[in-house]
Write a protein that binds this ligand. Structure first.
Ligand SMILES: C[S@@+](CC[C@H](N)C(=O)[O-])C[C@H]1O[C@@H](n2cnc3c(N)ncnc32)[C@H](O)[C@@H]1O
Length: 236
């Protein structure tokens, strides 16, 4: 490990000792995001593809197409599979990609996955807190459905506040499918069993978690029969 990597690790460790992991993460998602035995299995591309019903590539493309080479970009939480690698390629060496995650094991896993690239920086951070700098684009990929509604509100607010004027926040996440969608009953049971906060996105639009008074243009599209959504919030 080089000096920069060592210094970053020490800084992360100091930050970890000064804050603890959120209850929703520890109580609901330890098995998926905090267990060193399951993290390598779940983060593999075939598993991610299965979890997203074969739509991983399509969903990654819908998110990365919003990023232009040379931009400053924030990825608001670690994502399993090849997402960060594609995002790093889209940003390119003339830009800067900052990836944050609240869990140290996810920061380590993501660092290994993206490898040493001078334009990519992975660090411990909380998406529910306004970042210290502003970005051209922020990407929030399948994070909102994993947090309680009050944290959804905090994250949406913090990410919208971490973007430059004219910049955008891209949310890709679950969405309420139509009543006739063959996977609706399956997803409903999976959410009730494993993802207790996901139905918050079935009940409310993402823009309903945004604060009043910000000048924002919202654009929403749905994918795979409405099971997924991409919402782009442009700061006017
Ligand atoms: C983005 S979601 C996962 C997306 C997708 N389901 C997957 O399999 O990759 C999960 C990540 O969010 C992180 N996370 C949860 N709350 C967070 C927060 N407030 N700030 C930053 N990262 C957070 C978790 O530690 C976990 O690594």
């Amino acid at each position: 490990m080089g000096l920069v990597g060592k210094e970053q690790k020490e800084k992360d460790e100091a930050e970890v000792s000064s804050h603890s992991l959120p209850t929703y993460l520890q109580q609901t998602y330890s098995w998926a995001y905090l267990n060193p035995k399951t993290v390598p299995i779940l983060s593999s591309s075939p598993v991610v593809s299965l979890i997203l019903w074969g739509n991983a590539g399509r969903l990654i493309k819908r998110a990365t197409m919003e990023v232009e080479a040379g931009e400053t970009v924030l990825q608001a939480a670690a994502v399993y599979g090849p997402f960060s690698t594609y995002l790093a390629d889209a940003v390119g060496p003339t830009g800067q990609l900052d990836i944050i995650d609240i869990a140290p094991i996810q920061v380590e896993t993501t660092r290994k996955r993206v490898g040493a690239q001078s334009h990519v920086h992975v660090a411990l951070g909380d998406a529910a807190i306004v970042q210290q700098r502003t970005y051209d684009t922020v990407v929030c990929f399948f994070l909102l459905h994993e947090v309680p509604d009050e944290v959804k509100t905090q994250i949406v607010h913090a990410l919208l506040s971490s973007v430059k004027k004219g910049g955008k926040v891209v949310f890709v996440d679950y969405h309420k499918p139509s009543s006739f969608h063959p996977l609706k009953p399956v997803m409903s049971r999976i959410f009730d069993w494993l993802e207790p906060y996901a139905k918050g996105l079935w009940e409310k639009e993402i823009n309903a978690f945004a604060p009043d008074g910000m000048m924002i243009s919202w654009h929403k599209e749905t994918l795979f029969g409405g099971l997924y959504q991409k919402v782009v919030a442009t700061i006017l």
